[in-house]
Design a protein around this ligand. Structure first.
Ligand code: PGA
Length: 250
């Protein structure tokens, strides 16, 4: 049985004070959740947020990005070791905003995945198609290409550390959610690709999250689909009530 996962990607939002208040309030509301809950705050807040969640079962911290090299002259970058040292257990890799605004190529993303894993940081690997690709009906081959390039060179043991987040770009921050049938179609296709590469048992165990305008109103229907194992939540993760309701929808 896969444990549901709800991860909140704050992106570049909130002050430290607001972030601490948000986590405090979410923890109070969710009690002992059935889902694994992951907070992904901006880098400068990681340590303080980790302090709030330490010792809480099923609650973890993720970074929103990490560099692919161990250390060195990379001004402005943050390494996997640094993230581990401040309490992060997970890291988002390949978010469409990183791919689009920071030119992160499949090659770079594959290197980030490998490096994070080598440091014991578990990647939440994001994939998803732009609108034009969906309109052409090529969304499944497009996402298959992203998985092939980013993940499918990994050994089985390494792949088992990966969480996948399917986020159609046309649904991120737009209020336009993929229908539960569209999400299920893609999630089933991803699971089949994993089964073809690593076998049915690995595919059954892999968590595949949905992201893109997921909110307190539509989460239960999305999470009710057989291959949707939870969500990667942007905007709705910034409000304690909404995020707690989404956690409760698992
Ligand atoms: P959204 O963002 O929930 O605001 O659409 C999701 C994401 O980008 O992870």
């Amino acid at each position: 049985m896969r444990q549901p996962i709800v991860a909140g990607n704050w992106k570049m939002n909130l002050s430290l004070e607001q972030g601490l208040e948000l986590v405090h309030s979410v923890l109070e509301k969710i009690g002992s959740p059935k889902a694994r809950v992951i907070f992904a705050p901006p880098f400068p807040y990681l340590q303080a947020i980790a302090g709030l969640t330490a010792g809480r079962e099923n609650i973890f911290i993720a970074a929103q990005n990490c560099h692919q090299e161990e250390k060195g002259a990379f001004t402005g970058e943050v390494s996997a070791d640094m993230l581990r040292s401040v309490g992060a257990a997970y890291v988002l890799i390949g978010h469409s905003e990183r791919r689009q605004y920071f030119n992160e190529t499949n090659e770079v993303l594959a290197a980030k995945v490998r490096h994070a894993l080598s440091k014991g940081l578990r990647p939440i690997f994001c994939c998803g198609e732009p609108l034009v690709i969906r309109e052409q009906g090529n969304h499944i081959p497009y996402v298959a290409g992203q998985l092939d390039a980013g993940l499918f060179e990994l050994s089985e043991a390494d792949f088992r550390q990966i969480i996948i987040a399917y986020e159609p770009i046309w649904a991120i921050g737009t209020g336009r959610t993929a229908g539960s049938d569209q999400a299920q179609e893609m999630h089933a296709a991803i699971r089949k690709l994993i089964a073809d590469r690593y076998g049915a048992a690995v595919a059954e165990d892999t968590a595949i999250l949905y992201g893109g305008s997921c909110n307190a109103q539509n989460a239960a229907e999305l999470f009710g689909m057989p291959d949707v194992d939870g969500g990667l939540i942007g905007g709705a993760s910034l409000k304690a009530e909404d995020f707690a309701a989404i956690v409760g929808a698992c």
